[in-house]
Structures are given as structure tokens and as C-alpha cells.
Ligand binder design. Structure first.
Ligand code: 5AD
Ligand code: FES
Length: 359
């Protein structure tokens, strides 16, 4: 194996090399982060872009074994924001110069939902004079529905693959949740012309460093434009909680997530990488550490305060007691500490997308 610094000078890593990078610690780990930061600044600059995140409903038709809002969790107080509440949140993002909005919810696939999202997209475009970029993150849908939403103004879509290991995927989901369909959806999103984002959870029970290396190779092979990935955080009210005995310590899941970001930045220099909120659930400045390790997108939560506690995918979700305006001041201050400027009022699109589409 080449020495560590030499290894960092390339981009086409083999699986074994990625595993070595992910196992880095101490000085090697600092070198890895420094290299990722340098590559980011060289290829896409030092700006961090905001996407105001609106978690507009926690009603979900699926039953993922790791997720706190899975349909079988009867302890969850279910909510569904009104159209006006969603539009107010969009107005807040626009007026505060966030540049973009992410609409996220539990997964519902029916005509009523498709229509509602379509109308909301049009209204958000119109209230922001077409200026607010919109990302959707509402799970697996048909090609036609994705296409309608694209035509209505959504131009980015996030759909995590959760893990690229099919066997592990099966252990994390009940029958009827299909890995193949997830892949097909990602392909459809790319075909339609979305900037397409995916991601994985890091430190899942029975997940290995080799699996994580495969996840990064999957993203590279799939030519993905955006990635959001973060540590797995156990939730007491989910079936996966019984496997806690095999989990890596939370600090290891956290540092592994930072290393995943850094290695991916070296492999895919011009994509957008979000610093996941789950990082902040573990460390109060976790998202800023993600930025230092190569991420360039942050998704401040702009869901109205009273609903935040109910969107608990995992435990200790941060900022659940705050209102959107409080989050903004807090982020400004923290990002200054990470030597980054905020791309206020800019879409901050994935440069990779334009290269992929030859635009
Ligand atoms: N820990 C960390 N991330 C989780 N997600 C769902 N449940 C958890 C958990 N327990 C992530 C999934 C999903 C995204 C919206 O939240 O990756 O795609
Ligand atoms: Fe809602 Fe998995 S539990 S999508």
C-alpha cells in the first residue's frame, strides 16, 4: 500500500484504498480533512449554501426499521402542515435570503399528495418570483409524478439509498420495501433532469467499513450530483433498537461520517455535499465540522417550532425547541468559525450536474 500522503494525491481509489482512508486516525485523519478542504476550495470555492428545510408532514406509509416516524410507531403525534404554514416557511426562506428550500415529509404516494405538492411548488415559485430554488425529498414516487413536480419547478431531489449493500438494505426494511425500486427512482430522477442526490446512514448495525467504501463507489458510479449522509442514531421506539449491542460507539459513527464526507469530496470534487443534521445531534458543532471536512451545504431547519419535536427520525434531534429566526443567527456565527462564507441568495447548484449534462 502506498504511503498515506501519496494515496491522498489521487482520486480513483480502489475499494481497499478507500477502506484505508476510512480507517485513518490521528495525524492521517487531519491530513485527510485538510486535503478534502483544499480540494473543495479549489474546485467549488469556500462558500456554504443554505437550504431551508421544511419538514411539512411526519405521516409516513412506510415502516423502515430505523426510523422514528415509521408508520407502526403509534407514539408519534402525526402532523401535516397547512398549505399556508408551508408557504409562510417558504416566504421566510426567501426573505432571509436562503436561496433554496427543501420540502421533506414522510412517504405518501397517492394522487392527492401528488397534486398538493404540485400546487405548492407553483405557489412557492410565484411568491419568490422564481428566485427560490426548490429541492424535494418525499421518497419513492412514479416517473410521471416526478416529471410533474419537475415541470412545476422542483429542480433537485434527494432520495437516500440508505445503504448500497442489498442484504443490509433487506435487514433494515420490511418486505415490500424494495432496493430495486429505490434504484429505479434514482435513475428516473436523473433521466428527467433533476439534480439528483442520494446518501447513506453511517454506523448501522452490521454495516462494515467495506460496506461504506462500497457506498462511496456506488455514488461515484451512479454519477450523483449531491449527497447527504450522516451517522445512524438509534431510536428507542424502532425495531432496530434491539441491535444496539453491535453498534459502534457514537463517537466512531460521528468521526466515520466526517471521513466519509472527506473521502467523497476527494473522489467527486465538484458535487454538493450536505453536512447532515444528525452530525449536530451528536456534537453541537457537528455540522461545522462537516463543512471543514469537505461539505458545502447546510440545511437549517425552518419548520415552525411547534412541529419540530414530532419529526423525530432519531433521538436528540437538535434545534427542536427553536424557531426559524433563531437558527439563522446561530448559523452565521458558527460558520464564521469554520472559515466559510455563506452564499446568501444564491442557489448554489451542483457544478457536477452541469458537467454531467454538458450544460
Ligand atoms: N438515524 C439517522 N438517520 C436516520 N434517518 C432516518 N432514521 C434515522 C436514524 N435513526 C435518515 C434516513 C432518511 C433521512 C430522511 O433520515 O437516511 O433517508
Ligand atoms: Fe418513512 Fe422509512 S419510515 S420512509
Amino acid at each position: 500500500m502506498k504511503n498515506f500522503s501519496k494515496l491522498l494525491d489521487q482520486a480513483d481509489f480502489t475499494k481497499a484504498e478507500i477502506v484505508e482512508l476510512l480507517n485513518a486516525d490521528g495525524e492521517s485523519c487531519s491530513k485527510l480533512f485538510a486535503m478534502a478542504d483544499e480540494i473543495k476550495r479549489e474546485h467549488i470555492g469556500s462558500k456554504v449554501y443554505f437550504r431551508g428545510l421544511v419538514e411539512f408532514s411526519n405521516i409516513c406509509s412506510k415502516d423502515c426499521y430505523y426510523c422514528g416516524i415509521r408508520k407502526s410507531n403509534t407514539n408519534v403525534h402525526r402532523y401535516n402542515l397547512s398549505d399556508n404554514e408551508i408557504l409562510d416557511a417558504a416566504r421566510f426562506a426567501y426573505e432571509n435570503n436562503y436561496g433554496s428550500l427543501v420540502l421533506q415529509s414522510g412517504e405518501i404516494a397517492n394522487e392527492h399528495f401528488a397534486n398538493r405538492v404540485e400546487q405548492l411548488l407553483k405557489q412557492i415559485k410565484s411568491l419568490s418570483n422564481g428566485e427560490l430554488g426548490i429541492t424535494l425529498s418525499v421518497g419513492e414516487q412514479s416517473y410521471e409524478v416526478y416529471k410533474r413536480w419537475f415541470n412545476a419547478g422542483a429542480h433537485r431531489y434527494l432520495l437516500r439509498i440508505e445503504t448500497s449493500n442489498q442484504q443490509l438494505y433487506k435487514r433494515l426494511h420490511p418486505d415490500g420495501h424494495s432496493f430495486e425500486n429505490r434504484l429505479k427512482c434514482l435513475k428516473n430522477l436523473q433521466d428527467i433532469g433533476y439534480q439528483t442526490g442520494t446518501g447513506v446512514m453511517i454506523g448501522l448495525p452490521y454495516q462494515t467499513v467495506e460496506d461504506l467504501a462500497d457506498d462511496l463507489l456506488f455514488m461515484q458510479r451512479f454519477n450523483i450530483d449531491m449527497v447527504g449522509m450522516g451517522p445512524y442514531i438509534e431510536h428507542e421506539e424502532t425495531p432496530l433498537y434491539v441491535h444496539n449491542d453491535v453498534l459502534w460507539p457514537i463517537e466512531k459513527r460521528f468521526s466515520m461520517a466526517l471521513k466519509m464526507i472527506a473521502v467523497l469530496r476527494i473522489m467527486m470534487k465538484d458535487i454538493n455535499i450536505a453536512s447532515a443534521t444528525a452530525l449536530q445531534a451528536i456534537d453541537p458543532v457537528g455540522r461545522e465540522k462537516g463543512v471543514k471536512a469537505g461539505a458545502n451545504v447546510i440545511m437549517p431547519n425552518i419548520t415552525p417550532g411547534m412541529y419540530r419535536n414530532d419529526y423525530s427520525l432519531y433521538q436528540n434531534k437538535p434545534c427542536t425547541d427553536e424557531e426559524p429566526a433563531q437558527c439563522r443567527g446561530c448559523l452565521d456565527a458558527r460558520l464564521a468559525l469554520a472559515d466559510s462564507d455563506i452564499g446568501y441568495g444564491e442557489w448554489g447548484d451542483s457544478k457536477h450536474y452541469f458537467r454531467r449534462m454538458n450544460k
